[in-house]
Design a protein around this ligand. Structure first.
Ligand code: CA
Ligand code: CA
Ligand code: CA
Ligand code: CA
Length: 235
């Protein structure tokens, strides 16, 4: 686990305490925990690592509730005016951040700037879902740029195969608008098929809709081949 030198931690703690009692104690840059004059992952990653470790070094109890957990990271980003989905900390949530996350997907890291948004030392679909929810409401839209296969990332915008928690839209203005789901069991949050588009679930496949609102809206074609399965799980 990464730990700051004790002197810096003590100074940082004093300034954090001051900050919570006097809102401008950090001057123009409230996110600079290690006091090197800039705000970056050298400030955030020790917090990320502490949350992931499950330890309770109260230096990192930024919201002062006696526990160190993800809420403290949320608090840090809140007081710093940053977005949790802003991986490169440039003040914007955009494709640069998404590309960082996709490059590091399915790896082990405690770095926020590599993509561990939820501070559990893994960069995985949980972080990707968190990112997409902030980026575009957690929606993947069919483009059909390559062919008609659901399981081809390049048929989606952004180019990610839909996964659990994602809202899927198959719009009218797409290529290869007769989408085929074959050879897979897929769970998503909701599905919208617009009027000139269609989806066929092949006989070896299953689509599970597990969400809370607008789970299934079909304005176009929706074909379940004999043996194909559709499960609708309403929360
Ligand atoms: Ca700093
Ligand atoms: Ca806390
Ligand atoms: Ca950014
Ligand atoms: Ca993570």
């Amino acid at each position: 686990m990464i730990r700051l030198p004790r002197r810096i931690r003590v100074i940082g703690l004093v300034l954090l305490l001051l900050f919570f009692h006097q809102s401008n104690a950090f001057g123009q840059i409230p996110c600079d925990i290690n006091l090197d004059g800039t705000c970056n992952c050298q400030d955030i990653d020790p917090l990320n690592a502490e949350i992931a470790s499950g330890e309770m070094n109260l230096f990192f109890d930024l919201d002062g509730n006696g526990e160190v957990n993800f809420d403290d990271k949320v608090f840090y980003f809140d007081v710093s005016g940053l977005d949790l989905a802003d991986l490169d900390l440039d003040g914007q949530v955009n494709f640069n951040d998404l590309n960082i996350l996709l490059q590091n997907l399915n790896s082990t890291s405690t770095s926020h700037c590599s993509g561990d948004i939820n501070a559990d030392s893994q960069i995985n679909e949980s972080d990707l879902l968190f990112f997409l929810n902030s980026f575009n409401g957690g929606i993947l839209t069919w483009s059909g740029a390559k062919n008609n296969s659901w399981q081809e990332a390049n048929n989606w915008d952004p180019a990610i195969i839909p996964f659990n928690g994602i809202k899927v839209v198959i719009p009218n203005n797409s290529s290869n608008s007769s989408v085929i789901l074959a050879g897979n069991i897929v769970t998503i949050s909701s599905l919208l098929i617009e009027s000139l588009s269609g989806l066929t679930i092949k006989n070896d496949s299953k689509l599970i809709l597990d969400g809370s609102v607008d789970l299934l809206i079909v304005l176009g074609q929706f074909v379940l081949e004999p043996g194909a399965e559709l499960d609708v799980v309403s929360e």
